[in-house]
Design a protein around this ligand. Structure first.
Ligand code: GLP
Length: 260
């Protein structure tokens, strides 16, 4: 695991975009795993710049997003579908058919049957199969939750888990309430790639910025590998890069850190 600390958010985002761009140049039909949240916004802005100014070509790239809320239609402004089209896809030359974001709507399915309904399970297996059909993820972009979650794999998620439906913790619901009118509007369920799914990506690129992530980053990098900090699984990955700003790295011991 390589931890590279940057002066600030912009420098971290630029570095992240450079890494992704170099992988696309090396393999134009890259299978790229993407994340949502506020953290990767700067990286997406930089990728858009590289596309517009330097002709970075996404026409052969295939993407798979980590997660999606259950119960939000794709046109809802807080759905991850909407987020990805608004903040990246509509600005680059990606083929619509190459974009994969987990399905969040399942007709009029009731909340009480979310965890057992075969429709959701079928979708999750299809999503896993689809990634394999493309040869697996070449590189997966990740953020980190304040409680150490990756995608929507909350603390306690099995380290071998696959794409499935998860109940969000109260902390995550509260953290994400800033994007909704009230906390009651935050969906309680999400479809998420599992930790096992994420760990099969050939390369992982986790970004973290701000004081609010310092404890989670320390636990992920220096703590024991435990389901209670899903991001700690990255310690077992053979090619995991963590990019941070100074604040998110604020609690790391010097021996774990390289400066970018
Ligand atoms: C959500 C997403 C995660 C993301 C996390 C952190 O819960 N499912 O993929 O990493 O939030 O979000 P932010 O980057 O806004 O801090």
């Amino acid at each position: 695991m390589l931890v590279v600390v940057h002066e600030d958010y912009d420098a971290m985002s630029k570095k992240g975009a450079e890494i992704i761009a170099s992988r696309i140049r090396r393999k134009p039909n890259l299978v790229l795993g993407l994340a949502t949240g506020s953290t990767p916004l700067g990286l997406y802005k930089e990728l858009i710049k590289l596309h517009k100014n330097e002709g970075l070509d996404f026409s052969k790239v295939t993407t798979f997003n980590l997660d999606e809320y259950v119960g939000l239609p794709p046109e809802h402004d807080q759905s991850y579908h909407f987020f990805m089209w608004e903040n990246l896809f509509k600005h680059i030359n990606i083929e619509r058919s190459h974009v994969h974001v987990p399905q969040g709507m399942y007709g009029d399915l009731k909340i009480s049957s979310f965890e057992t309904d075969p429709k959701i399970q079928q979708f999750c297996s299809w999503y896993e199969d689809e990634m394999l059909r493309y040869g697996g993820l070449d590189i997966q972009v990740l953020g980190i939750g304040g409680n150490g979650h990756i995608a929507f794999n909350e603390p306690g998620s099995s380290l071998g888990s696959r794409t499935r439906i998860k109940t969000l913790t109260e902390k995550t619901v509260k953290d994400n309430a800033r994007f909704f009118k009230t906390v009651n509007d935050v969906p309680r369920y999400a479809i998420t790639m599992g930790i096992g799914t994420i760990m099969e990506a050939k390369e992982l690129l986790l970004l973290a910025n701000g004081d609010g992530k310092a404890d989670a980053v320390k636990a992920a990098v220096e703590g024991p590998i435990t389901a209670m900090c899903p991001a700690s699984a990255l310690q077992l990955h053979r090619k995991a890069i963590i990019l941070t700003d100074k604040k998110a790295a604020g609690k790391l011991s010097a021996e774990f850190v390289t400066y970018g």
